[in-house]
Design a protein around this ligand. Structure first.
Ligand code: SAH
Length: 475
């Protein structure tokens, strides 16, 4: 059963538990964490339930409840441990549209009970759609350790200030930023350490400051989203994504990365699939400016690093020219991720002393001329060339390198979709590549690593090795 998490209010009719045994007692105790009282339908009660009834927390109703008993309940847990009776209760509840749970009988349930981490006002519910209850328990244990025991007090304090803040701090980004500053700053720290007086003072001052502050000014963060694997995001990038009101993202950014965005954030795809329609750079710049002017926190999310063939520099210029605050969050660039995945060192005492980042296309999209480079000097030294956007021009690049004096046997490692599940690697020599680039069967995005380091033993599967004999002979 795939389920959707919600938090249920017990303000109206009490929830109903059927059964008076141990299982019913466990479920009743769970519900009483939030429900003011629970109705229990049973003839006999185990001592724990009897005690709760005495204390007025449990009201006994007749066993084998019918339609009238079930109607209007926020939820029902059928826990008589009598299959027939539980099935009957489940059927009535479902017919009435009352949410029902029968422990360990998913087919009779319309909702599942999560693993719960309880910090008073703050509740974390964990579900795994019944696929892995043990995983849910482990997550719960981990969260129990991670979540500060005084989180409840902090949430209550925030609750007390809520209406004052709503009155005095403008809604939208300024108010959200105010709360972010409270929860990430000294006020929260003081409260969690038990110094409530200090926390109150700090929040009071922060409200005064926020109320007086000039109308919110937007800003833009140029954020490197890394090569695709969300694990390669930086903490700063994650924080930026969580704070964004608007996110303009590239095609190369994976879904797992965008998962860190707030649900309310506006997500705008801006490009750039080769051949397919994508937004012009000028349009992107205009959008960035427009949203920042509206006082929003704008994240421009780019694949890899924003300043490696990402046109980050142009966006930076455009924003500076408009006087908009900009912040850069670096990312793991594709070439570095590819090298790490293969365990190929890009510099190496013995075989490579420099790394050159190259684009396989000219700015206008033409084949590369490499006029700006002293290729002969690179050919003579111990260098690594890291080529981006070079899939369709791989053959041309290899020919140019040969002409410039690179050894025909120099290894080239092509890495497609580095760091993603569908990563693919192919090893060849420059001569192979120049002669029949199509044999590599490369698809974009891929980086090409030219140099002796590309011939060092790689980690993992290298799918195709062209000119294997050649590479072996040299090793
Ligand atoms: N700013 C990006 C590069 C953008 S240019 C960065 O720092 O990585 C686009 C090129 O990046 C692609 O043509 C390809 O060469 C490379 N690229 C991006 N993601 C890649 C990936 N996961 N695997 C291999 N190459 C990738």
């Amino acid at each position: 059963m795939r389920t959707f998490p919600i938090f249920v209010s017990f303000e109206g009719k009490p929830p109903l538990v059927t059964g008076g045994g141990e299982l019913a007692a466990v479920k009743t105790r769970l519900l009483l964490k939030r429900a003011p009282s629970v109705d229990v339908a049973a003839e006999h009660l185990v001592p724990e339930l009897a005690k709760l009834a005495e204390a007025g927390l449990v009201a006994l109703v007749p066993a084998r409840p019918g339609i009238d008993q079930l109607r209007g309940r926020p939820l029902v847990i059928a826990a008589t441990e009598d299959d027939e009776e539980d099935t009957r209760v489940s059927a009535i509840a479902r017919a009435l549209g009352v949410p029902v749970n029968v422990p360990d009988r998913p087919e009779l349930c319309t909702f599942a009970l999560p693993a719960i981490v309880d910090r008073g006002e703050v509740t974390v519910a964990i579900g795994t759609s019944a696929a892995a209850p043990v995983l849910a328990q482990r997550l719960r244990a981990w969260l129990e350790r991670e979540l500060h025991p005084r989180l409840d007090a902090l949430a209550k304090l925030a609750g007390e200030f809520r209406s004052t803040v709503a009155e005095r701090v403008p809604s939208g980004p300024p108010r959200r930023k105010f709360w972010e500053a409270v929860f990430e700053g000294a006020a929260a720290e003081a409260m969690l350490e038990g110094d409530e007086k200090k926390a109150r003072g700090l929040i009071g001052t922060a409200i005064d400051e926020a109320a007086e502050a000039a109308p919110a000014r937007g800003r833009v963060l140029l954020v490197g989203g890394g090569p695709g694997d969300p694990e390669l995001l930086t903490m700063k990038a994650i924080r930026a994504l969580k704070s964004a009101d608007v996110i303009l993202y590239d095609r190369l950014v994976g879904d797992g990365v965008l998962d860190h965005a707030r649900r309310e954030a506006e997500l705008i795809p801006v490009g750039k699939a080769k051949g397919a329609h994508s937004m012009q750079q000028a349009e992107i710049n205009a959008l960035l400016v427009e949203h920042a002017r509206a006082g929003k926190t704008v994240v421009r999310l780019k694949g890899g690093d924003p300043f490696i063939f990402g046109r980050g520099g142009e966006e930076l210029d455009a924003l500076r020219a408009e006087g908009i605050a900009v912040e850069i969050v670096p990312g793991v660039t594709a070439g570095i991720a590819a090298a790490a995945s293969l365990q190929i060192p890009l510099t190496h005492r013995d075989v490579s002393h420099t790394v050159t980042f190259l684009s396989g296309h000219e700015a206008g999209g033409e084949d590369p001329s490499f006029e700006h480079l002293d290729l002969a000097a690179l050919a003579a030294g111990k260098n690594t060339l890291l080529v981006y956007m070079g899939v369709s021009t791989a053959g041309v690049i290899a020919k140019k390198l040969l002409e410039a004096g690179f050894a025909p046997t120099l290894p080239v490692m092509a890495v497609e979709n580095a760091s993603r599940d569908d990563e693919r690697r192919v090893l060849a020599t420059i001569a192979d590549l120049a002669a029949s680039p199509e044999r590599l069967g490369l698809k974009s995005p891929a980086v090409l690593i030219f140099g002796e380091v590309a011939g060092l033993p790689a980690s993992g599967i290298v799918e195709d090795i062209l000119a294997l004999e050649e590479v072996k002979r040299r090793a």
